[in-house]
Design a protein around this ligand. Structure first.
Ligand SMILES: C[S@@+](CC[C@H](N)C(=O)[O-])C[C@H]1O[C@@H](n2cnc3c(N)ncnc32)[C@H](O)[C@@H]1O
Length: 205
């Protein structure tokens, strides 16, 4: 996986992928998290921090938002957003998605490992070992916590699938939500976003 690609991409990410493009999907995904004041949400990968303003609508600056990404460039953009908005409840960590488990969180997040919710958006389609990462995320979540995936799913090899794959460096035909469905309670999926190309799937641990 070419993380340097994302470092370069970070410079234009918010221009090429403006708020309006994923707004409906993000707003729905974050609503599905059922966040309440004082709770903790982990966002993998957090990219340039486009979700943070959506989380704050529910957390109002309370609790903790843990943003994780491997790209230095993406994290720099996220840090700028945090500073510009004066958000004090956000912790940003540079880490490989494959390494994130209970012991990583314990060591990295000052022993605070209670997660109410996890959002994996536009990441699992690009991560190798995505099944293992979903399993690890579910292990991290508190019992009763909410896991949401927002990502592309275009099972047929179309021109649109090739373009999304080329830009995002993701595999758009992975059965991400089908896999999640086998491991959670109260599974729900909404496949109506971005003309049917983007889904939001929700499950309770
Ligand atoms: C398409 S962006 C999505 C970012 C964000 N979730 C959003 O919706 O705007 C994919 C992100 O995955 C990150 N990434 C790629 N491989 C990773 C890995 N192995 N571990 C953690 N982050 C990774 C990239 O740096 C990039 O920020």
């Amino acid at each position: 996986m070419d993380i340097e690609y994302y470092d370069r991409f970070s410079k234009v990410y918010d221009i090429l992928s403006p708020k309006c493009y994923y707004h409906s999907a993000r707003a729905f995904a974050v609503k599905q998290l059922s966040l309440q004041d004082g709770q903790t949400i982990l966002n993998l990968p957090c990219g340039t921090g486009q979700n943070f303003e959506y989380f704050q609508e529910y957390l109002h600056g309370s609790g903790q938002i843990i943003g994780i990404d491997l790209s230095t460039g993406m994290l720099q953009k996220a840090k700028k957003k945090v500073a510009k908005n004066g958000w004090e409840n956000i912790s940003l960590y540079q880490a490989d998605a494959r390494k994130i488990d209970q012991s990583w969180l314990m060591a990295s997040n000052h022993g605070q490992t209670d997660l109410n919710a996890i959002l994996c958006d536009l990441g699992l389609s690009g991560f190798p070992q995505w099944r293992q990462i979903i399993d690890n995320m579910l292990e991290l979540l508190k019992p009763g916590g909410t896991f949401v995936i927002m990502d592309w799913y275009i099972p047929q090899p179309t021109l649109r699938a090739s373009v999304v794959k080329w830009i995002g460096k993701g595999e758009v035909d992975r059965p991400l939500y089908q896999y999640l469905a086998t491991s959670v309670a109260d599974f729900e999926v909404n496949t109506s976003f971005n003309r049917g190309g983007v889904f939001v799937a929700t499950g309770i641990k």
